[in-house]
Design a protein around this ligand. Structure first.
Ligand SMILES: O=C(O)c1cc(=O)[nH]c(=O)n1[C@@H]1O[C@H](COP(=O)(O)O)[C@@H](O)[C@H]1O
Length: 309
C-alpha cells in the first residue's frame, strides 16, 4: 500500500527521531567471526544457509534490543550478499523484522546504473509493506552515473513515500581521489550536493526535509558543516562514527539548529560492543545483548548532551 503524502519518508524519519529522542542509526553489519559464540555456533557446518540463519538470529536480537531506543537501522547488504542466495533471504527477513518492530530501515547497498536499470533497483528496494519485495524505507545510492541515473529513484520515492541517501562525501580515506577533484571551480562532492538539492526541490515535506538525502562521513567534519549548509532540506546520513574515528563533536555540524536533519550510523562499535571496553568487562560474551543496549544508550546520551532538542 503506498503511503499518503502526509507520511513521506522524510517526515516519518523526523517523527521517529522525535519519538525515540535519538539520532542514532544502528548499522547491521554481521561479520561471522565477530558473532557471539552462542550464535556463531549455529554456523558450525559452514553451509551458507546455516551462516544466514546465524545472521538473521543475530540481527533479530539486536533489533529486539534497540527497537525503542533508536529511530532507524541500516542493514549492510554486502555481508548478506557474501553468503549468496541464502544471505539475501536473510536480508529480506531482517528488513521485515525491523519494520514489524517499528523501526525504519535504510538498506545500504550503494546501488545505481543507467536509468532504465536504476528503475529496477528502485522498484526492488524502495517502498514498505507490499510496495516492494525488499520493503525498505530507503536505500543508499551512488551518483557516479549522473542525474538521469538518480531520477528513477526519485520517481519511485515519490510514488512510494520512500527515500534515498546519495553518496556525497564518503568516510573512507581514499574518497577524496575523485570526490575532492575540482572542476568548474567546485569539487565533485560540492557538485553532487547541488544535484541532491536540485532533485529535492519541490519535494519538501512538513518536517522541512525531502526524500533525497546525502551521505557525508563523520571523518570529514569541516566538509560536513559545509554540506549541511549546501543541502538544508536533505537528511544527512553520517557514517564513520566510532570504529572509523568520528566523534560526537565531529558530527555536530551535520545537524540543523534544532538538532534534527541528520542521523549518525554506528555499526561495529554497537553491535559488537561486547568485544570492547568497558562493555567487555561489564557483560562478557554471554550478555552481549546487554552490551548492545548499554552502548546504544551511551551513544544516544553522548549525542543528546550536544543538543537541546
Ligand atoms: O553508506 C554508508 O553507510 C557508508 C558510507 C560511507 O561513506 N562510509 C561508511 O562507512 N558507510 C557504511 O557505514 C558502515 C560503517 O560501519 P562502522 O565503521 O562499523 O560503524 C558500513 O556499513 C559502511 O559500509
Amino acid at each position: 500500500m503506498p503511503h499518503s503524502e502526509s507520511s513521506s519518508f522524510a517526515d516519518r524519519l523526523a517523527t521517529a527521531v522525535s519519538r525515540t529522542n535519538s539520532v542514532t542509526c544502528v548499522g547491521l553489519d554481521p561479520r561471522l567471526e565477530q558473532l557471539p559464540a552462542s550464535i556463531r555456533q549455529m554456523a558450525d557446518s559452514g553451509a551458507p544457509d546455516a551462516k544466514a540463519a546465524a545472521y538473521s538470529q543475530f540481527c533479530r536480537e539486536i533489533i529486539d534490543v534497540v527497537k525503542d531506543r533508536v529511530p532507524i537501522v541500516k542493514p549492510q547488504a554486502a555481508f548478506f550478499e557474501q553468503l549468496g542466495p541464502a544471505g539475501m533471504i536473510s536480508l529480506g527477513e531482517v528488513i521485515r523484522y525491523a519494520h514489524q518492530s517499528g523501526l525504519m530501515v535504510i538498506t545500504d547497498a550503494k546501488r545505481n546504473d543507467i536509468g532504465s536499470t536504476a528503475t529496477a533497483y528502485a522498484q526492488a528496494y524502495l517502498g514498505v509493506e507490499d510496495a516492494s519485495p525488499w520493503g525498505s524505507d530507503s536505500l543508499t545510492v551512488s551518483p557516479y552515473l549522473g542525474r538521469d541515473s538518480l531520477e528513477p529513484f526519485v520517481d519511485v520515492c515519490d510514488q512510494r513515500a520512500a527515500g534515498v541517501f546519495v553518496l556525497v562525501k564518503t568516510s573512507n580515506p581514499g574518497g577524496g581521489l575523485l570526490q575532492d577533484r575540482v572542476t568548474d571551480e567546485q569539487t565533485v562532492y560540492e557538485r553532487v550536493a547541488d544535484l541532491v538539492s536540485e532533485l529535492n526541490q519541490d519535494r519538501i515535506g512538513a518536517s522541512g526535509y525531502g526524500p533525497v538525502g546525502a551521505v557525508v562521513g563523520a571523518t570529514y567534519p569541516e566538509q560536513l558543516a559545509q554540506m549541511r549548509a549546501a543541502m538544508p532540506h536533505s537528511w544527512i546520513l553520517i557514517p564513520g562514527f566510532g570504529a572509523q574515528g568520528g566523534s560526537a563533536d565531529d558530527v555536530l555540524a551535520g545537524f540543523d539548529p534544532k538538532g534534527s536533519g541528520a542521523i549518525v550510523n554506528n555499526s561495529r562499535n554497537l553491535i559488537f560492543a561486547y568485544q570492547r571496553e568497558p562493555f567487555a568487562e561489564k557483560y562478557g560474551e554471554s550478555r552481549w545483548q546487554d552490551a548492545v543496549s548499554d552502548a546504544t544508550d551511551q551513544m544516544n546520551q553522548v549525542l543528546l548532551q550536544r543538543f537541546s532538542r
